[in-house]
Design a protein around this ligand. Structure first.
Ligand code: 8YV
Length: 328
């Protein structure tokens, strides 16, 4: 890192408090109007920055990394998922990558639980009915959903967020099942009250609700393939607050349209910010705009992690949230 104040380019608008601190500490180039960078703007940022602070909306591909200037030594991403960054290409260029894990766990788990409730209890369908002026009053058989209590919640990916979802779902009386690349130690399983399924396929066949909480990696791309989606029973619900790429979205839409699945709660999509119109046409689907971790408290905490990671790097210390490449 050069001895002069490092230039930090931030690709999106961050909370004021974080931007103020970035300006105090570094030669910070901020994005005042929050318009996502074009490919040219991103290339220019990569050429000029010592540190780049991207978000999930920036594609830091191998080609983009190849065009980075010699000054770029750290990509301090604002977010936990790092699937928008080609980690191998960064490593090959000697560029360190950091993220912001841990600080958005509870917010994302809250959104996941909200989507489980919204889909099973048809909350957004009810709200649409009221807003359309079509509610004709109470009836014993109208707006019937399903009770989460007593149902099996299958969690794909029992990391921090999966565990936080399990804690919430247990309070709603759901039994917890999970599939993970590694089984948790017995004491952790007992604490969470979770049953491990070595076979994802077998777990899917038993689930009432499937919650996707694993990262998107080459190993999890379309993990929920057409074949696996077909293992879910017709009364099952699917909730995804992780990444759209983990599910074969076209196959999911087909299953929902044919009522081979009861419903889906989605916060993430295959081609964000585009949402397939067929999803929006289905009453059994709740669509959110990738807002799983969108709380002011969470965004400030993410910004603090970014500041700490950059500061540690600049001062020559180990970067606390350095991303280490692992499989799922
Ligand atoms: C973040 C997310 O808001 O952190 C993640 O992986 O998906 C989101 O909740 C987003 O990534 C910010 O870059």
């Amino acid at each position: 890192m050069p001895s002069k104040t490092p230039r930090v380019v931030v690709t999106r608008k961050l909370p004021d408090r974080i931007e103020t601190r970035l300006r105090e500490l570094f030669d910070a180039r901020l994005n005042r109007d929050d318009r996502p960078f074009t490919a040219d703007e991103l290339a220019e940022a990569m050429a000029q920055a010592d540190v780049l602070v991207p978000t999930v909306t920036d594609r830091i591909s191998a080609a983009v990394i190849a065009a980075a200037g010699p000054r770029l030594r750290l990509i301090a991403s604002f977010g936990t998922g790092v699937d928008h960054i080609d980690l191998d290409a960064a490593k090959a260029r000697g560029i360190l990558v950091a993220n912001t894990p841990g600080v958005l766990t509870e917010d994302t788990a809250d959104t996941t639980m909200a989507l489980i409730l919204a889909t099973m209890r048809r909350l957004t369908a009810g709200e649409r009915l009221v807003r359309a002026g079509e509610w004709e009053g109470w009836s014993p058989t109208s707006m019937l959903g399903h009770r989460p209590g007593g149902k099996k919640l299958a969690i794909l990916g029992m990391g921090r967020i999966g565990t936080a979802v399990a804690r919430r779902a247990r309070a709603f009386g759901m039994s917890i099942h999970y599939h993970n690349r590694r089984r948790l130690p017995p004491e952790r399983e007992a604490e969470i009250g979770a049953t491990w399924w070595e076979s994802l396929d077998q777990m899917l066949g038993q689930a009432d609700v499937l919650s996707i909480n694993c990262p998107h990696t080459p190993a999890t791309f379309h993990l929920l393939s057409a074949r696996r989606l077909a293992l879910l029973r017709p009364h099952a619900f699917l909730v995804n607050t992780a990444r759209g790429e983990v599910v074969d979205e076209a196959a999911l839409i087909r299953a929902l349209e044919r009522r081979e699945l009861a419903g889906a709660g989605l916060d993430v999509y295959a081609r964000e910010p585009e949402i397939d119109r067929r999803l929006l046409a289905l009453d059994s689907v709740v669509c959110l705009p990738h807002m799983g971790s969108a709380t002011l408290e969470g965004r400030i905490a993410m910004g603090e992690r970014v500041l700490i990671n950059i500061r540690a790097f600049v001062d020559g210390h180990a970067v606390p949230d350095r991303v280490v490449i692992t499989g799922f």
